[in-house]
Design a protein around this ligand. Structure first.
Ligand code: ADP
Length: 213
């Protein structure tokens, strides 16, 4: 089961519905001292996920029937493997100039860095901008020097849900996650091999697809 993270406002709505059900959106808005319009997105999420039931002319009831929500069932089914795209990967010793050119050629925002075929880091647009503000010789300095390193890289795997990927992107405030596959080398050491990426663009594309299907 996916654990849907609710906002404080959504939790408050649930408590009010539990206490006063059936309760209309006007009554909820009044108790929370907000407009009905302001509550609409929260009520939409709570009904789409099956936590609340909206009965026309009656009001909202608490049902917590997440399993029966079509939207909930649907998003639970979509995996990272289905939405991932091709990542931009360069080796640790690639110089910053070459790496930046590669970022442009691939029209990417974040690149992942590897060594011996395994992920070692990530570099974002802003990491490059930061370097550009200093006196670094971008033709000499390797990308490995400025990257964010493992084990601090947030990753996902093919079997994770698209929802989980989106949640990690928001929680860790990054634009892109490498999709990795765990591999054990001949010395028994664990590594991660990059097989794709899930970026904000992949999530937005999925959102558009859900909206148009
Ligand atoms: P930008 O810096 O262009 O806004 P991000 O928000 O993705 O892009 O990156 C913020 C910082 O997080 C950067 O320093 C970057 O190196 C690092 N970073 C990027 N992707 C990841 C990731 N998947 N896991 C951990 N750190 C990351």
């Amino acid at each position: 089961m996916i654990d849907i993270k609710l906002s404080k406002r959504q939790e408050e709505i649930i408590e009010l519905v539990k206490e006063h059900q059936p309760i209309t959106s006007e009554q909820l808005a009044e108790r929370l001292s907000v407009t009905r319009a302001a509550l609409r997105p929260d009520l939409a999420i709570l009904t789409m996920t099956g936590i609340l039931e909206a009965r026309p002319k009656v009001g909202y009831l608490y049902s917590n029937n997440k399993g029966n929500s079509i939207v909930y069932d649907y998003i639970k089914e979509i995996t990272v493997g289905e939405i991932k795209s091709s990542p931009t990967i360069v080796n640790e010793d690639t110089n910053l100039h070459e790496a930046i050119v590669q970022l442009f050629l691939d029209d990417a925002g974040t690149m992942f860095i590897e060594n011996n075929g395994y992920i070692t880091g990530a570099v974002s647009r802003k990491d490059f901008l930061k370097v550009a503000l200093g006196n670094t010789d971008i033709h000499r300095v390797p990308v490995g020097i400025i990257m964010t390193r493992m084990p601090n890289i947030i990753t996902v795997s093919d079997e994770d849900t698209a929802y989980e990927a989106a949640r990690k992107i928001i929680e860790h405030q990054v634009d892109s996650l490498p999709v990795v596959e765990k591999v054990v080398d001949k010395d028994g050491k664990e590594h991660a091999k990059i097989t794709g990426k899930v970026s904000k663009t992949n999530i937005t594309k999925l959102f558009v697809k859900l909206g148009s299907s």
